[in-house]
Each structure stands twice: as structure tokens, then as C-alpha cells.
Design a protein around this ligand. Sequence first.
Ligand code: ADP
Ligand code: MG
Length: 382
Amino acid sequence: MPIEPHDVAEQFARRYAQPPQAVIRAPGRVNLIGEHTDYNDGFVLPLAIDRAIWIALRPRDDRRVAVHSIDYDESREFALDGMTDEKAGWIEYLKATAWSLQQAGLRLAGWEGVLMGDVPLGAGLSSSAALEIAAARAFAKVSNLDWNPAAMAKLGQRAENQWIGVNCGIMDQLISAAGQADHALLIDCRSLETQAVPFPAGTAVVVLDTATRRGLVDSAYNERPSQCEAAAEFFKVPALRDVGLEAFQDHASELDSITARRALHVITENDRTLRAVEAMRRGEVCALGVLMNKSHESLRDDYEVSSDALNAMVESAQAHDACYGARMTGAGFGGCAVALIDAEAAEDFVEKTAADYQQETGNTPAVYVCRATDGASVVEVQ
Ligand code: ADP
Ligand code: MG
């Protein structure tokens, strides 16, 4: 069962002997299609899921922030003035966000409260972005700031890039801030324009965690953005977003074969993502599923960021009758796959796919049937 507002309020009341003044929720996410396109100024189609980071709080007037993490069973504090990076674990995400908001000239107030979540850590569902956006929403609430989801997402991304030191794109923070219930969000990663796209009736999104994690392949992973940059430079455009399939095919033979395949993935993936939006709008679930399957093939064969475990999971999912389409999701080399299925058969799909994958690989997977939810909000507790 997902965490409910009263669970968080109760944890607060236990520590402070009074109800919280506000409860904040910011969701994790899964990307339906549009993988490794964000840093190419392209298109992504994520949804905010019914797993989230929660904060229950009350304001403080001494410019200090004090937080108890329920999941880590640890209390941490910091002052809003003179913060330094102490590499102190989860609290750094809150400091990072405070730093980023203050860098943008926003005047923050302090607060104290409890923090808890049910976004699995490091599984590719972006618990870190959810935490940054929850922190931003908390600061906005106690400091009476306007809540502009896109602007706050940018500040959250900056926190993650510059304080945490992870070079992520804008997708994770933006979907956590701006998600819409029952919709995926088409994000143009260049303009940051978003369009909510409704899920066809009777479908469910399933996240399939392979229980494997990206290991010592960081260098292989970090190569990808520079290969894309090299390809964009070759075509004399700012980013691969600006290269159409025809223009690519006319000149692909002049590129070395690896760079050409990397570029081919990005160019076809942008096209698939836009076509997926059309398919969703028309309710064509089978067409949408085919695009997801093709996305996986492209990530596996051209972009080469899949893994044996991810391939096994995707094949197990695709083998089930209720599955319209499945693909690896997130950066790759481990983590999760995502499947679009007939909601009525969800239970059978979960059971059989998990069993099949486990038999194939020996790994015990975690499987989540997800609902698309709203982005970050202040939740009223009765
Ligand atoms: P992910 O893929 O989930 O974003 P990251 O490594 O980027 O993985 O972020 C995980 C980190 O975010 C954790 O190590 C922790 O510091 C922080 N975090 C995530 N969820 C929670 C939580 N429920 N409570 C406290 N910190 C959390
Ligand atoms: Mg993260």
C-alpha cells in the first residue's frame, strides 16, 4: 500500500506532540518512452507514479532546518546560512535544494519535520529527484513562494548537478513537479514545454525491477553523451534533436559505425516518442506497445545500454498475452524495465513475468503496478 497523508502526519505528531502544519508529497517517476533523448534536447514521455517522498513539517523562525528521516531512523539539522557540502547522505539533497533556491535569489524560511518515502532507492524511479522536489515544495510552502513547477524543477536539477554531482537532465525533477494523474507528460527537453497525454482506458503501467544495478560501467555510460555531441557536431547542429532521419541516412556512412549507431538510436527514439503520443491520443494501445518494443531493440542494439538481466525481463514481459509492449527504462546497465499491459490481467502478468524472469536469471525481481499521479503538492490532512 502506498504511503497515505495520515501516515506521515502521525509520524510527525509522534515527535512533536501536535499535528503538522503541512504535509508535502513529491512522486517518483517512470519513463514510458524517450530514453537517452533528454541530453540531446529531445522528447521524453514519463509519468509520475503512486510512490513518493513525503514531508510533514512546521515552520521555524531561526533559519534552521531539522529533519528526521523515518526510513534511515536518523535526525539531521542545518542552517540556511553558510551551508557546506559534508557528504552526509540523504540530508545533502535537502541542503542542495536550499542552496539552489537561495542561489536563485529566493528568501527561504526554516522548518522542522519528518521525511519518509516509498520510492525504492537507486532502482531508477528517481527517489533523489522526488526528494529534491519534496524539499523545494516544503521550502516554497514555509517561505510563501510561488510554486512554478518548471522553474522549481530546474532548481532541483541544479541541486542534483552541482551539489550532489550527478549530471542528470531535466526529466526527473520536471515530472515529479508537474505530473498529472492518469496522464503521461510529453516533455520537450529543449523548451521545457509539457503536454499531458491521457492513458488509454484499461491499461496499466508496470515497473519491473531486475534487482541488478549499474556496476563498474560508469565509463561506458558516460561515453554516450560525448558520442552524441560528436554526432551533432558532425551535422553542424546544436543537438541530435535537430537531425531528421533522412538527413542522417544521407550522411551516416561518413560517421564511424559506433557514433552512427548512437545517433541512430537518439534520432529514431525521438520519432518513436512523438508517435507514441499520437498512438496514446488515439487510444491505439497496440501501436504504442510496438513502439516500446522497438525502443528496447534500439537501446539494446544501437545505443548498447541494456544488459542480460534487462533483456531477460523485457522478454519475459513481452511473452505474456496481456503485454502490449515492454522496454528497459532509465539509464540502463541494470535497474528497471517498464511494460504497458491490459489492466484486467495485471495480477497474472505480475506473477508469471516475475516467475519467468526469476527462473531465467536466478534474480528475485520487484514488480510494481503503477498509477499515474499528480506531481508535487501540499496535501491537506483532515
Ligand atoms: P534514485 O535512482 O532512486 O534517484 P539516487 O542514488 O539518485 O537513486 O538517490 C538515492 C538517494 O536519495 C538515497 O541514497 C538517499 O540519500 C536519498 N533518498 C531517497 N529516498 C529517500 C528516503 N525515503 N529518505 C531519505 N533519503 C532518501
Ligand atoms: Mg537519482
